[in-house]
Design a protein around this ligand. Structure first.
Ligand SMILES: N[C@@H](CCC(=O)N[C@@H](CS)C(=O)NCC(=O)O)C(=O)O
Length: 292
């Protein structure tokens, strides 16, 4: 069995030292803001405070898809929230999301502005507001929401479970890696079997269910998150690979993946987005060409 050292929990857990591992510095057992700082507000109806992690990408792809469909009310300013620096604990951010996690959206087209947090809630809010990327037929809409909620319940096992213990934990322990590798593969198989019979998650229509899911499971099979494609033999989930490739060909998806991105190739980083022209004019290679 495992070489995991044994640990006897104390009677009452106390917050003393950091747990170690990547992101340990931002983990806290209490909610609320740590410092006073207002949110910036730009000129567009939608104000997004985010980062290009899989949860963040869901929303920037959604907004770019809506704009591509001609919904001008979906135009947006996207501000970078550096979660490694604790921006999610500013008073202005916590007013939009008391859970201190990106993505967080403020809809300034309503009076008063509407706050929307939790990526699944944001996708559903925008889909309903614009009547787009969600089927209108009640049975198909329900199937779309089945998969949207499936993703919201499943991804934490992939990210917080498998990804944490396989990639980010300070040491590799067999027990949690086995447990979450098993679950990650089971989830991939759920998707693979469904996508063998369906072009998209909700059937033949591309929808918010796909927009929520591909940044997690698509990125996993593409080897973009956790460097685990070989370990989990993700190439064997052929239908997930086919579906992810197809989604990544979409122009709105290519744009959405660049927004609030502060790592990787400079020409793929649009750290803040305030105008459609920013994709051509304000990527990081243009803003700091000497770094190329
Ligand atoms: N269920 C949330 C999860 C959001 C989430 O976990 N966001 C992470 C980045 S992907 C975050 O902001 N982490 C900062 C922190 O935990 O302090 C959603 O889907 O919106």
């Amino acid at each position: 069995m495992s070489d995991t050292p044994s640990y006897t929990p104390p009677k009452v857990w106390k917050w003393d030292t950091g747990s170690g591992g990547q992101f340990a510095n931002i983990n806290r057992p209490i909610a609320g803001s740590t410092h006073d700082k207002d949110r910036p507000v730009g000129k567009h109806p939608m104000q997004l405070y985010s980062l290009a992690t899989p949860n963040g990408v869901k929303v920037t792809v959604m907004l770019e898809e809506l704009l591509a469909l001609g919904h001008k009310g979906a135009d947006y300013d996207a501000y970078l929230i550096n979660i490694g620096e604790g921006d999610q604990f500013s008073s202005g951010f916590v007013e939009v999301n008391p859970n201190s996690k990106i993505p967080a959206l403020m809809d300034h087209s309503t009076t008063p502005p509407t706050r929307v947090f939790e990526s699944g809630s944001i996708l559903l809010y925008l889909a309903d507001k614009f009547g787009a990327l969600i089927p209108t037929d009640p049975a198909k809409r329900t199937e779309c929401l089945n998969w949207l909620f499936w993703l919201m319940g499943s991804a934490p096992y992939l990210g917080g479970g498998f990804g944490h213990f396989y990639k980010y934990a300070p040491e590799k322990f067999e027990y949690p890696i086995n447990r979450f590798a098993m679950e990650a593969k089971r989830q991939l198989d759920v998707l693979d079997r469904h996508l063998a019979e369906n072009r998209y998650l909700a059937g033949d229509e591309y929808s918010i269910a796909d927009i929520a899911t591909f940044p997690w499971y698509g990125s996993l099979v593409a080897g973009i998150v956790y460097d685990a494609a070989e370990f989990l033999d993700t190439a064997s989930y052929k239908n997930v690979v086919r579906w992810n490739n197809e989604i990544n060909e979409r122009e709105a998806v290519k744009r959405g993946k660049m927004v609030n991105r502060s790592w990787g190739e400079l020409n793929e980083q649009l750290r803040e987005r305030h105008d459609a022209s920013d994709f051509d004019l304000r990527t990081q290679d243009k803003l700091e060409p000497e770094a190329e």
